[in-house]
Design a protein around this ligand. Structure first.
Ligand code: FAD
Ligand code: NAP
Length: 742
């Protein structure tokens, strides 16, 4: 009997939060329906694929993280393909398609995917299907769904083209007449898809997608003439309109508002819009198809096994010390924690490493949510989550972070980020479960193209949480399945190690600033960051201030779940004789405390060895309020471990260090760098030294980068472009390293 061999293709994904992985898995699952075999691998599973010899089409699904970085599990791949030693036609044989995921709210939209694509093209790989750039800011599905819809035809086109190329090649070889293939023979389908290109902002995404939706025969977005709702409210709510503004309030206040409304100029808020938005027809995204069935089952007891706590990689460790590093009147509160990891040999770490802290959602917020869903009496029921048989969602599957056999309470406490900022697709779906017509209209506005500015102002910028939104829209009653579909995984929070195992065996230190969210429309009172607020509450009764962390020796030390984050490249030079410069304002100094402790221990171990010069540029607001690790840094200097400590105080009178009547006083780390421009550039450009930057990505790291360009321009007397190239090559050589977040 003849054996049918199905054509194969390769899917490779790089995923930070699981979205790219889930899309890639969806494609793999669907392949068989299309008569194809998919080889699916994560980009870091190098043993599972070999691009150097690959003859089948390759589909990349790549997300973006941090400041436009590829996801952690794609970093090694990017490093490999960026090697300068690769021949210029290294991937000439390769035929690829790429879907990049990103968020237009952050700098460097889709840069993870773009980085890979740029390099593939430099190495002469050929694109068989136009790249999709999906924007999480407006809903990934707006681009992802039509991209997936067209993918199968494109893969088949690529397979047949590759087969015919091979046949032609064999014939040509036989005839000894070499001929090259050209890109112009890309299958027709991708001509339609060329509109699916780089969307720089939400508005253009919506426009382009409307066009694209028809080209790809997929309803990615819907244009509805959603006029303002009438003033009649439902569910005990009254709604009012004055002029064309729409506003609602809960019943008890309704009469008072009625009386006042004629005299008060309405201002827009989370729950209220004003013209022109309140009068506008709306383009809203298509309703995302539902795909999960969630049922609750009464059981005697639920075994909370598994959950997010894989015992092999996640360790439950005691907090053995805690110190508040900042004075009470500081702008921000920085806390220092010591973990006792002596019982976890797997947690051995090196300077520069970071680790994850697993924090739960706040108990009172979970409680509020259970009440709001009307499920407070079923908190201990077992949750069963299954895939809807009739779902039209492409590649749908039960998310891997939803464990089997856990209680509803566990699901809402440990698995779903109930603080997440609702995406537009979620708002769209919530509108369908909102009884009051004015509230429904406002939710539709917030997810519409016309309401993009209001969404940014009232939802995204203040980081409005899902629960805060629910409270502001009292007639919205979503089913549990909708939350399970739209709330993302509760992510662990990474922190940089601020210690060295050599100095503190069995201990791990870290330092963090309390994140504070101010009150806003929809948030009557400020609140703390989830993890930083939780850690603060855990240790608050035991805070030691001021002074050093003390192990209380008590058996009742609070414990937290942590895991080691592999793949760190932010390391001190492997050759200790090379000089290095550290730039870390605020809590960005954390990893450098580890670097210096390690260096000190190595110097003590081998006093005869040659150690390169060390510099630290630190910045804080006030010398006597938030100068983190001051004593320790000064003692590194006095013992010769740290050769140059340059500190600036952004909000003190700047009349101290480095001042001369003609030189402006340094305010920020980059101003101090500029003052030492010659030494810094000599270290980097003449002495093969290293420069490390840690801390805020949004402002500080960008400003430091620009300052470095200026310094290179001046010191080398080159123009901007050459200076940028010199800095880029330092990055390539891994001598300019950043560990930044924002
Ligand atoms: P959430 O409730 O998650 O809210 C955070 C959100 O608040 C962010 O999305 C942002 O929009 C906003 N926000 C406002 N101000 C800040 C701010 N100052 N920092 C972060 N988000 C802010 N943090 C440290 O304090 N010390 C460290 O050593 C450290 N190391 C890190 C190492 C790595 C590799 C990474 C990726 C991050 C690191 N962070 C560090 C950041 C840390 O992981 C958390 O993001 C931070 O503590 C906030 O967590 P949260 O749950 O309290 O805030
Ligand atoms: P911070 O206290 O907010 O600021 C420290 C100092 O930096 C202040 O003096 C501040 O001055 C100054 N500053 C403000 N804007 C600046 C700019 N554009 N350039 C240079 N300096 C500037 O810092 P932080 O909150 O501790 O840390 C910043 C971020 O780093 C946080 O988001 C934290 O989560 C992150 N972090 C990341 C890592 C990592 O990725 N490994 C490690 C630790 C911390 P003014 O306020 O007076 O303007």
């Amino acid at each position: 009997m003849p054996c049918e061999v199905k054509p194969r293709f390769v899917i490779l994904y790089g995923s930070q939060k699981g979205q790219a992985q889930s899309i890639a898995e969806g494609i793999a699952e669907e392949a068989e329906e299309h008569g194809l075999v998919a080889d699916l691998s994560c980009l870091d599973q190098i043993e599972k694929y070999n691009l150097e010899k690959e003859t089948a089409p390759v589909v990349f699904i790549v997300s973006t993280t941090g400041d436009g970085e590829p996801p952690d599990n794609a970093l090694q791949f990017v490093k490999r393909i960026k090697k300068k030693t690769l021949p210029p036609d290294h991937y000439k044989h390769l035929c690829y398609a790429l879907l990049a995921l990103g968020d237009t709210n952050y700098a460097n939209f889709c840069n993870g995917g773009k980085t890979i694509e740029r390099r593939l093209q430099e190495l002469e790989a050929k694109q068989f299907y136009a790249t999709g750039y999906a924007d999480d800011g407006i809903g990934l599905e707006v681009v992802v769904d039509p991209w997936l819809a067209g993918l199968w035809k494109a893969i088949k086109g690529a397979l047949s083209k590759m087969a015919s190329d091979r046949t032609a090649h064999i014939k040509e070889n036989a005839a000894d007449s070499a001929k090259t293939t050209s890109d112009s023979s890309i299958p027709d389908v991708q001509l339609n898809l060329l509109s699916l290109t780089d969307h720089q902002d939400c508005e253009s995404c919506v426009d382009t997608d409307s066009k694209f939706a028809s080209a790809a025969s997929s309803s990615a977005s819907a244009v509805s003439d959603l006029r303002p709702a009438s003033s009649a409210g439902s569910s005990g709510l009254a709604s009012h309109s004055r002029g064309s503004a729409s506003v609602f309030t809960s019943a008890p206040q309704a009469q008072a508002v009625d009386a006042e409304v004629l005299h008060v100029e309405l201002a827009a808020s989370l729950t209220c819009s004003i013209p022109p938005l309140s009068e506008s027809a709306l383009n809203v995204p298509a309703l995302p198809p539902s795909y999960l069935d969630v049922s609750l089952q009464e059981v005697d007891s639920v075994e909370e096994i598994g959950g997010p706590f894989n015992k092999e990689t996640i360790h439950n460790v005691p907090i053995s010390g805690a110190v508040q590093l900042t004075r009470g009147d500081s702008v921000k509160t920085a806390l220092f924690l010591e973990l006792d990891i002596s019982a976890c040999p797997m947690m051995a770490y090196r300077p520069g490493d970071s680790f994850n802290v697993f924090c739960p959602n706040r108990a009172e917020e979970v409680d509020n949510l259970l009440h709001r869903l009307g499920l407070q009496d079923q908190r201990n029921y077992r949750v069963n989550v299954t895939l809807r048989k009739d779902t039209t969602k492409k590649g749908a599957q039960v998310p891997a972070y939803i464990p089997q056999s856990v209680s509803l309470l566990f699901l809402l406490t440990w698995c779903l980020e109930i603080r997440s900022v609702p995406k537009k697709a979620f708002l769209r779906a919530l509108a369908e479960h909102t009884g009051d017509s004015v509230q429904k209209r406002r939710l539709q506005e917030l997810c519409s193209k016309q309401g993009a500015a209001d969404y940014n102002q009232y939802v995204r910028d203040p980081s409005l949480s899902f629960l805060e939104l629910l409270i502001s829209f009292p007639s919205c009653s979503p089913p549990l399945s909708l939350l399970t579909e739209h709330l993302p995984k509760l992510q662990p929070r990474p922190y940089s190690a601020a210690s060295s195992c050599l100095r503190h065996p069995g201990k791990l230190h870290f330092v963090f600033n309390m994140v504070e969210f101010p009150a806003s429309s929809g948030r009557p009172a400020g609140r703390r960051g989830l993890c930083t607020g939780w850690l603060f509450d855990l240790i608050n009764p035991g805070l030691v201030f001021p002074g050093k962390a003390e192990s209380s020796g008590s058996t009742a030390l609070p414990k937290i779940h942590v895991s080691f984050r592999p793949g760190c490249t932010f390391r001190p030079p492997s050759d200790p004789s090379l000089p290095f410069i550290m730039v870390g304002p605020g809590t960005g100094v954390a990893p450098f405390i580890g670097f210096l402790q390690q260096r000190e221990a190595e110097r003590q171990k081998d006093p005869e060895a040659v150690f390169g010069e060390t510099w630290l540029f630190f910045g804080c607001r006030h010398r006597d309020r938030d100068y983190l690790f001051r004593e320790e840094l000064e003692s590194f200097v006095s013992r010769g471990t740290l050769n140059h400590l340059k500190v600036c105080f952004s909000r003190d009178d700047r009349g101290e260090e480095e001042s001369t009547p003609s030189t402006p006083q340094p305010r920020y780390v980059q101003h101090n760098l500029m003052l030492h421009s010659q030494q810094v550039t000599d270290i980097l450009l003449k002495h093969n030294g290293y420069l490390y930057v840690c801390g805020d990505a949004k402002n500080m790291a960008k400003d430091v980068n620009e300052t470095l360009v200026e310094m290179i321009k001046t010191e080398l007397q080159v123009d901007q472009l050459d200076a940028m190239k010199r800095l880029a090559s330092l990055r390539e050589e891994k001598r300019y390293l950043q560990d930044i977040w924002g």
